[in-house]
Write a protein that binds this ligand. Sequence first.
Ligand code: 5GP
Ligand code: ZN
Length: 116
Amino acid sequence: MTDPDCIFCKIVAGEIPQEGVYQDDLVTAFRDIHPVAPTHILIVPNEHLASTNDLTRNHEKLAARMLSVVPKLARHEGIEQSGYRLIMNSGPDGKQEVIHMHLHLIGGQAMRHPIG
Ligand code: 5GP
Ligand code: ZN
């Protein structure tokens, strides 16, 4: 299911060209438009889920895929050994701005984050 007003649904559908990073049958990964570090990739479900609150047991394959693509992307970015952070914001207190669930993959120096 897609939401015609959702920016990330449009990116998944290829309606807004991105510097392509990765896409498969379940997830799409692309670069954050305002990177906070040399590597800042967003991994999103191809289907529109607003946030982690929308996850059910039916999404176990999707949820696993969102994580299992991480080492492939990290290797491609050359940050597998140097390290990275995975962040998923949810809701107003979680500072979620785009209401299509997404996992931030953030690596390299100059990283800013409130935790640590
Ligand atoms: P959130 O605060 O919701 O976890 O993060 C949303 C992220 O999406 C932000 O880091 C923001 O820079 C990024 N973003 C917002 N709109 C766009 C867009 O149109 N294209 C891309 N590539 N990233 C976006
Ligand atoms: Zn969406």
